[in-house]
Design a protein around this ligand. Structure first.
Ligand code: PMT
Length: 400
């Protein structure tokens, strides 16, 4: 199920006989390419052991709300931020009641309160409990867009009763979760993204470049394709694998990047310029390797490269355009100037003087700036930043 590839799923297991089915659910999520972390309530541990869940998921199981170790590593806020989706399966009548009441007195309920991802829950309980009017009232409070109910089914129950309350089968659950991911915030949109550095030739063996790894741009390509966009990625020299379902064009110099961007603009709905394009190139690159010679100094004669982003915005007034601003000082002011001088819908500002974010790091911390809004995304992985940027674009740029 390709919609689930590279998704981060937090599987919450609550107390009920159907807890054993959570083991199969982990297997199905993992074979679809998702990373799974498991959260177990105390009652769940009476039905299936944390060791089983740890072995199947490959990650430590989370249970305690007030655990000093967990708080410093993956406490409830971190878990909530980490999850692309929370799946509560089985979801007991008691857990339903907690969620409906907005309680936060155990790890599962606290994570659900803190999360901004979708919460899928698969109720599992005795048919009498399912039919009880208090359960019905609780259910009425757990609605979309946050809560997504899956099941339950009708049939034989572990207690010998027959009726509604059987947890949906793992296959049904995973299909429902996948369906939610396939609708896609950018469904049908064509997106062109630039990434990585450019290399400006000095002579056949030397060049001018920068530290861009391409990670930010590749993460954006992946986030966009995961939201069902059709993505073309024009990349400078990097060592990254192309995300699935992304068309990649490799270039070296800024001039080549401009050429391929221009050639690929037709029918594009959104252009995102993540690339760290070299501002200068050699006036005349040397055809032969420059000799060291006797002189102690050497100077190169440089000229400005074209500003690709500005060129695109000047020539495509109706295109939605997102630029990045790599700043070392006065980040917000400088980024705002670029937003207006390059006529962009959005600029993503990052502080590239901090080596733990920005160039070549796995993490970033950015501020999204439009004419009307400013939104800071605190330090987290570039994958997560990319997903937030895509969500912002879908909400604020395409739904103006
Ligand atoms: O690749 P990573 O290691 O993951 O690092 C990510 C990043 C730090 C490179 C990325 O987050 C980032 O900030 N990219 C923009 C880098 C940059 O060139 O910023 P700038 O402020 O100099 O340029 C502003 C905008 O104009 C950018 O969108 C840039 O792509 C574009 N530009 C700049 C110069 C030029 N000649 N042509 C352009 O299109």
């Amino acid at each position: 199920m390709e919609q689930l590839a590279n998704r981060q799923i937090l599987l919450c297991v609550t107390g009920g006989i159907a807890a054993y089915k959570a083991a199969e659910l982990i297997r199905l999520f993992k074979s679809s390419g998702s990373e799974v972390r498991v959260l177990m309530t105390e009652a769940a541990k009476e039905f299936i052991t944390p060791l089983t869940m740890q072995a199947l998921s490959g990650n430590e199981v989370h249970s305690d709300l007030l655990d000093t170790n967990a708080e410093s590593a993956m406490g409830h806020i971190e878990l909530a931020r980490w999850a692309d989706a929370i799946v509560i399966s089985p979801c007991s009548a008691d857990s339903l009641a907690k969620l409906a009441a907005g309680r936060g007195d155990d790890l599962m309920s606290a994570v659900c309160l803190a999360a901004d991802s979708k919460i899928f829950f698969a109720p599992a309980m005795n048919q009498g409990m399912w039919k009880d009017k208090r359960t019905k009232k609780n259910l009425s409070l757990l609605k979309k867009p946050v809560f997504h109910q899956i099941g339950p089914n009708e049939g034989d129950q572990a207690c010998g009763d027959v009726g509604p309350g059987r947890m949906s089968e793992p296959k049904e659950i995973i299909e429902e979760v996948a369906k939610e991911f396939s609708s896609g915030l950018l469904a049908g949109k064509k997106v062109l993204i630039t990434a990585g550095p450019t290399r400006e030739k000095i002579d056949p063996v030397r060049y001018i470049s920068n530290k861009s790894s391409g990670k930010m741009g590749f993460s954006l390509a992946k986030a966009a394709v995961d939201e069902s966009a059709i993505v073309t990625l024009i990349s400078g020299p990097v060592t990254l694998d192309t995300p699935e379902r992304v068309k990649r064009i490799d270039i070296e110099s800024a001039e080549e990047m401009k050429e391929h961007v221009t050639a690929n603009l037709s029918d594009i709905d959104l252009f995102i310029s993540t690339a760290a394009v070299a501002d200068f190139k050699m006036k005349n690159a040397e055809p032969q390797k420059i000799k060291k010679g006797q002189s102690k100094n050497m100077s190169l004669s440089l000229e400005k490269n074209a500003d690709i982003l500005k060129h695109v915005s000047d020539n495509n007034p109706d295109l939605k355009i997102v630029g990045f601003a790599a700043e070392t000082e006065n980040m917000i002011d400088n980024a705002r100037k670029k937003l207006s001088s390059k006529n962009l819908n959005l600029i993503v500002a990052n502080d590239v003087s901090d080596s733990s974010i920005g160039f070549d790091s796995n993490n970033n911390e950015v501020t999204l700036i439009t004419e009307k809004e400013e939104l800071k995304i605190p330090k987290t992985s570039k994958e997560k930043i990319a997903r937030k940027i895509v969500q912002f674009i879908s909400k604020n740029i395409f739904n103006d």
